[in-house]
Design a protein around this ligand. Structure first.
Ligand code: SF4
Length: 359
């Protein structure tokens, strides 16, 4: 399942609801930038990595590149699952002179890697206009220079980042004080959120407008900021809604309750470059003789079933726990939920699992 709302599908939404895209999207693969890099570096090999929703475009992009590249330059495509910029194919990266990661903004810049973000071309203001009904209305005679205007936080995903300034100006022109920040170094842009990091929404506002596809991001956002109303303006599916965490919290309580009976634990350390929380995983294993540290790349129900343990703590991508958790036949919990399950923290303390920093 996709963690970041990668190109073709917005974070699980379309597949789980059966909704079809209301807007077709075309992407700019920035082939000229890739060709330039090949030329400048006198590269013999080019590696391409696509997110899951765009993998089937991979061979066509390779065709276009091969047609434009000098003879003798090999183009290779990563077949590894890819869910975010945390998930680089380091094997292919080491073996190619130019490595291109499509569909996500950089988590950590490197000379070797060209990030092609594949911005969405969907208009955002029509759905923002509908979302105004969920935001506090500015007083008609409010002085645009005064602090009386209602404050609204603004966040979006990497795919719509190209329109962030437009979103901000559009809200300001309608009388809002738009509050934005860049969360931490895991995020490339001001106002950007990831499925595992909502620090850009730590702003002084009672309402945050999330412009983007999918329900999972704003749910995490609402969990992380329980005193904030998170209004979702989804320009891909043309829907406005307000994030409601109740079902999500119940699902997490259920997982924690089931994990409370566990005698033997698997503690997953994810070996993907940007998903490792080594100290967190080790700490749990150090303190629990019945816990076993499992190093894994892809975390799937089949792979865990082979271990036959009673419950699992996932220190890798938090979305595996929250979005895919119900697919596993044993309870899977976050590191904090583990502490609740073993009685170190109360159930009411439950928080969304977030991920900070890079590698
Ligand atoms: S760890 Fe964060 S950035 Fe990586 S796939 Fe998961 S949610 Fe996305």
């Amino acid at each position: 399942m996709s963690r970041e709302p990668d190109a073709e599908y917005a974070a699980g939404d379309l597949r789980s609801t059966g909704m079809s895209l209301k807007h077709d999207r075309t992407w700019d693969y920035e082939l000229d930038r890739i060709l330039r890099a090949v030329d400048e570096r006198a590269a013999d090999t080019v590696g391409l990595q696509f997110p899951e929703g765009l993998k089937r475009r991979g061979p066509r992009v390779a065709d276009d590149l091969r047609a434009a590249l000098p003879d003798g330059v090999d183009v290779m495509i990563s077949g590894k699952p890819c869910y975010g910029a945390c998930d680089l194919d380091t094997y292919l990266m080491r073996r190619t002179d130019v490595f291109v990661h499509f569909g996500h903004s950089p988590m950590k810049e490197s000379e070797k890697i060209i990030y092609v973000p594949l911005f969405s071309n969907v208009e955002v203001t029509p759905i923002m206009r509908e979302a105004l009904a969920e935001l506090p209305a500015p007083a008609p005679d409010a002085d645009p220079e005064s602090g009386d205007r209602p404050a609204v936080g603004l966040v979006t995903t990497a795919q719509h980042m190209n329109r962030f300034d437009e979103m901000r100006s559009w809200l300001e022109a309608r009388g809002y004080r738009v509050q934005t920040r860049r969360g931490d170094e895991r995020l490339t842009h001001e106002g950007q959120v990831l499925g595992c990091n909502y620090a850009s929404a730590d702003v002084d506002a009672d309402h945050v407008l999330y412009v983007g596809g999918g329900k999972f991001h704003p749910l995490g956002l609402a969990m992380e900021h329980p005193d904030t109303e998170v209004v979702i303006a989804d320009p891909v599916n043309n829907v406005v809604s307000v994030a409601d965490t109740e079902t999500f919290v119940k699902q997490r309580y259920g997982a924690v309750h089931r994990a409370m009976d566990a005698e033997e634990w698997g503690v997953i350390f994810c070996t993907k470059i940007g998903q490792g929380r080594w100290e967190t995983a080790r700490e749990i294993v150090r303190q629990n003789d019945d816990a076993y540290l499992l190093t894994m790349d892809e975390v799937t129900p089949d792979r865990l079933r082979n271990f036959g343990l009673d419950a699992y703590v996932n220190t890798g991508c938090p979305r595996i726990t929250t979005d895919d958790g119900p697919q596993f036949d044993r309870p899977m919990v976050t590191p904090q939920e583990y502490r609740i399950a073993i009685g170190e923290e109360p159930l009411e303390a439950l928080e969304f699992d977030t991920f900070h920093g890079t590698w």
